[in-house]
Structures are given as structure tokens and as C-alpha cells.
Design a protein around this ligand. Structure first.
Ligand code: S3P
Length: 434
């Protein structure tokens, strides 16, 4: 499927974007190994989280779906999972694969994890190295990519591990394995990354100690099922924020958005660029802070993006490249090395896409300088990456001519209904399946 986009603008209104992907994955995983029932509301019924759901069904967890977004997970306890009948297919989801490998490395049974073409190209050595130090046996392809064979029946031991890269997936993988290990497990991060795992473990009664960048837990603690209300996904809300900022006379309220301080770098970066954003009605959904985000049309200016904000906005750089392309002057992004190993090489994908729409981009190993200008019409590739597809679609709406974004099916992994929601907001983004 492609997106066909014609020049259009966001109008004022109130919108709700789907649930947070990271929190939805964790609610399924932790709910499955908890004692008792976990009621999840606001679940993201996107392909990535549905792959995780299917994997836990295959391991004997009873999960009832009252609706697409409300479900009950009947936890089987720390040691209650059973061997799946075959491979577990995690589709496009790096989060599912990396977190579940930590959990599965400690089970009594062996498992094999597979994924789609994009996931099969993503680095897994970053989890295999620490898990091996814990005693686990995890085999990958010779270049460290999936499929992964995880051997069961092994007793793990705790480690004190310094993460070589800022990654919430690797941190969470090690902490989940640590629940089953002998002795204490400690992870030290180079920079703060999203802490949804730590927060949800605490919600479920597990004591997780945080001392600056060091996070530790003791094994064998029982998780107790909880009610998890999933906030709307700030990463999805970013595309609405971008559309509103770039349109004339728009005033849009996005409701119930997760604004966890370890995730909200995009708000700080857009604000530094001159975006008119306000957080209204701040409150908590359990342990996660939430607010309604009000966004008004704004004139953006180019900035030097503080590399200290990168790990707090890691998924938002494709959209931020579009903001930079619409700003007055140059925007300099550095410290983005991790973007090269996401669902696509996002520095290359966005640099090529923006150039094809008439924007000057100077790309380098860990970032790019984007010169503000105006978008022309044209055809661009998503490289099968949901966030590239959605970022270029919003860019297309403010281009001087029609834009085609090719191969956009992956949008359903994180933002089912994206085109419809954007159309409701006034953007002419049409799905073309011919
Ligand atoms: C995620 C962590 C980030 C992020 C991904 C979701 C998570 O990945 O890019 O979309 O849910 O823990 P890394 O840990 O690889 O940075």
C-alpha cells in the first residue's frame, strides 16, 4: 500500500491517538508472569503488540479481549509459562524480541524467535552478550541477527552490567532475566532511557532500586496482577503535533498522552524550535504521568539539538527531521548513531526522503544538518518503516504538489488508523492499495 497526499492543512479539533506501544508490550509480558489477573485498558491493538499477545497465548496464558483495547491477562506466575508448539513470530517488533529473549532465557523450555525482514536485520548481540554473561545460551545467525534459538532449563546468575549503548530494550531484557537469576542484577545506563519496565514492575509489587543511572533488582520477587491504563502514545501524538504546528491557524488538543520524563524529549526539542505546545490537565495513569497536549500553528526555527535529549526522543527523529526541514535556518542533529539500527536506517531514510522533496540535507555518521526550505511534490520510500512513512506523509501535506509515500503497510505496527485520523484532522492522506 502507498499513501497519496495532496496539499492540505490541519484544522482545529480534539483527537485521541492509540495506546502506547512500549507500555502495551510490557503490560502483556509482565501481566503474563504475574499472579492473578491484569486488566489492561487503552491497549495498542497494533501489529507489534498483537505479535506479543499471540506469543503469550502460544505459551499457555489465557488472555480475554473484551474489545480491541480492553483485555484481561490471567497471569500464570513467574514459572507458569509452557512450551509453545512452534516458533514464536514477533513480526516487526524489536521490543518484543529483545524483552522476551530475557524472559525466555530463564524458562524451563527452549524457544525459537523469528521476525520479518526488517527485524531479521537488527542487531541482537547487544542482548546476547549480557545474557551469556548471566549463563544463558542464546544463538543467533552468524552476524548476530535473528532468528534466535534460546535454550531452556538453565539457571541464570545476576550480573552488574554497564550498557554500551542507551537502550531501554536491552536494559529491560536484562532486568527481566534478572527476575529469575541467582543473586542481584544491576544495569548501568550511559544515558537515561524510558523507564516503563521499572515503573510497571513497581506497580506489580516488585522492588526495583534506582540510583542515578544504576537500576537493580533482587530475583524471585512475585509480580501481582494490576490494572494498567495505557496512556496514548507520545510517539504517535508527535505526528499530530507536527501536522498542527506546520498548518496555519490550527489549535489541536491531543488527549491522555503519556508524558513520562524519560520519553518527552520531543516536547522539549519542538519547544526549543519555537513550537507552541502546552501540557494541560497533568495527571497520573497509575505510575505513568499523562497530560493533554495543546498544539497551535507555529513558526519554527533551526537549532542545534542537544545530544543529551536524544535518548529521551529516540523514536521522534524522523518527525523532527520534517520539523527541521520546515524551520527557518539550519538544524543540526548529532548523537543519532542508534537511528541507523532501527526498523530502517532512519538517518539515511529521512535524508534521502527529504532530498527527494527538495530539502538540502548534509548527512554524516551520527546525524545530519537539515536546511529549512519548502517541500516539493515527489515520490518517496518508507523503507518499510512505520515512522518514516508517517513523517513523510505529514511533510507531503505541506508540499507544493502531490506526494506519494511508497510501501506504508508497516504503519499498522504502531498507529492503526493513522490515515483516517489525519483525514479527520483535515490532512489529505489517502491509502492506495492498487
Ligand atoms: C523501546 C525502546 C527503544 C525504542 C523502541 C521501543 C522500548 O529502542 O526505539 O521503539 O519499548 O523499550 P532501543 O532500546 O533500541 O533504543
Amino acid at each position: 500500500m502507498d499513501f497519496l497526499i495532496t496539499p492540505s492543512a490541519a484544522k482545529s479539533g480534539i483527537v485521541t491517538v492509540p495506546g502506547d506501544k512500549s507500555i502495551s508490550h510490557r503490560a502483556l509480558m509482565l501481566g503474563s508472569i504475574a499472579e492473578g489477573t491484569t486488566e489492561i485498558s487503552g491497549f495498542l491493538a497494533g501489529e507489534d503488540c498483537l505479535a506479543t499477545l499471540d506469543a503469550f497465548l502460544a505459551m499457555g496464558v489465557e488472555i480475554e479481549r473484551q474489545s480491541a483495547t480492553d483485555l484481561s491477562v490471567h497471569g500464570v506466575g513467574l514459572n507458569g509459562l509452557s512450551a509453545p508448539a512452534g516458533q514464536l513470530d514477533l513480526g516487526n517488533s524489536g521490543t518484543a524480541m529483545r524483552l522476551m529473549t530475557g524472559l525466555l532465557a530463564a524458562q524451563a523450555f527452549s524457544t525459537e524467535l523469528i521476525g520479518d525482514e526488517s527485524l531479521n536485520g537488527r542487531p541482537m548481540t547487544r542482548i546476547i552478550t549480557p545474557l551469556t554473561q548471566m549463563g544463558a545460551v542464546v544463538e543467533s545467525d552468524c552476524d548476530g541477527t535473528p532468528p534466535l534459538q534460546i535454550r531452556g532449563g538453565i539457571k541464570l546468575h545476576g550480573i552488574d552490567y554497564e550498557l554500551p549503548m542507551a537502550s531501554a530494550q536491552v536494559k529491560s531484557c536484562i532486568l527481566l532475566a534478572g527476575l529469575y537469576a541467582e543473586g542481584r542484577t544491576t544495569v548501568t545506563e550511559p544515558d537515561v532511557t524510558r523507564d516503563h519496565t521499572e515503573r510497571m514492575l513497581r506497580t506489580m509489587g516488585v522492588s526495583v532500586e534506582t540510583d542515578g543511572l544504576r537500576i537493580s533488582l533482587e530475583p524471585g520477587q512475585t509480580l501481582i496482577g494490576a490494572n494498567i491504563r495505557v496512556p496514548a502514545d507520545l510517539s504517535s501524538a508527535t505526528f499530530v503535533m507536527l501536522a498542527a504546528v506546520l498548518s496555519e491557524d490550527a489549535d489541536v488538543l491531543i488527549e491522555n498522552v503519556g508524558v513520562n520524563p524519560t520519553r518527552r524529549g520531543v516536547i522539549d526539542i519542538l519547544t526549543a524550535m519555537g513550537a507552541d505546545l502546552t501540557l494541560e490537565n497533568p495527571r497520573q495513569f497509575g505510575d505513568e504521568p499523562v497530560a493533554d497536549i495543546r498544539v497551535r500553528s507555529s513558526r519554527l526555527m533551526g537549532i542545534e539539538v542537544d545530544p543529551a535529549l536524544v535518548s529521551l526522543a529516540i523514536d521522534e527523529f524522523p518527525a523532527l527531521f520534517v520539523a527541521a526541514a520546515s524551520a527557518d535556518g539550519e538544524t543540526r542533529f548529532t548523537g543519532l548513531k542508534e537511528l541507523r539500527v532501527k526498523e530502517s536506517d532512519r538517518i539515511a531514510a529521512m535524508s534521502t526522503g527529504l532530498r527527494n522533496l527538495g530539502i538540502e540535507v548534509d548527512e554524516f555518521e551520527d546525524g545530519a544538518v537539515v536546511s529549512g526550505g519548502s517541500f516539493t511534490g515527489g515520490t518517496v520510500e518508507s523503507y518499510g518503516d512505520h515512522r518514516i512513512a508517517m513523517s513523510l506523509a505529514v511533510a507531503g501535506s505541506v508540499a507544493s504538489g502531490p506526494v506519494i509515500v511508497r510501501d506504508v503497510d508497516a504503519v499498522d505496527t504502531s498507529f492503526p488508523g493513522f490515515a483516517g485520523l489525519m483525514k479527520g484532522l483535515g490532512l489529505s492522506i489517502n491509502e492506495d492499495t492498487t
